[in-house]
Write a protein that binds this ligand. Structure first.
Ligand code: ZN
Ligand code: ZN
Length: 163
């Protein structure tokens, strides 16, 4: 696996758990397997790995669920954000792309676990009217969410929550 140099940071939604690494691996992928679906509470896990030795927890520590004798799933026990899939059979740890401060950085190059892939996944790129709903559809509501958000920003902070 090729190494990609450069500082990468991320963490959970509430900011209690933050991580940093200086090396990523070029294995960005989606896993549709049923265990990943459950672990991330979604229809697939989007993952990209860093060598175990390169990863440091810069704030707090993840909680871990050992989902089998071969893997651990890391998450924040304060807000529930899934943070990683760690195969115990190798020396890399797969971070959840949504927990990266920049989830755009590592486009997936493939998919695995397709036996559990949901039937409707390929239709989601054809939506045409999704802009009318959700937080962007109502300006006052969106502004209230912004002003009361307890989500940690997408960069490291000295103090969190802010003093
Ligand atoms: Zn958290
Ligand atoms: Zn999986």
């Amino acid at each position: 696996m090729k190494e990609i140099r450069g500082t990468v940071t991320g963490g959970c939604q509430c900011g209690a758990v933050r991580y940093r690494t200086d090396v990523m691996l070029d294995n960005a992928h989606l896993c549709h397997c049923r265990m990943c679906q459950k672990a991330v509470g979604n229809i697939f896990a989007a993952l990209v790995a860093t060598p175990n030795a390169s990863l440091t927890w810069t704030r707090g520590q993840p909680s871990v669920f050992k989902s089998s004798d071969h893997a651990e799933r890391g998450f924040c026990n304060q807000c529930g954000t899934p943070l990683f899939y760690n195969s115990l059979d190798n020396d890399r740890i797969n971070l959840t792309m949504g927990s990266l401060d920049n989830p755009n950085q590592f486009p997936p190059g493939g998919e695995v676990g397709v036996e559990a892939k949901v039937d409707w996944l390929n239709s989601i790129t054809q939506f045409t009217d999704s802009a009318e709903t959700g937080a962007e559809g109502d300006k006052a509501w969106a502004e209230s969410i912004r002003q009361t958000s307890r989500q940690h920003p997408d960069h490291d902070t000295d103090d969190w929550p802010p003093k």
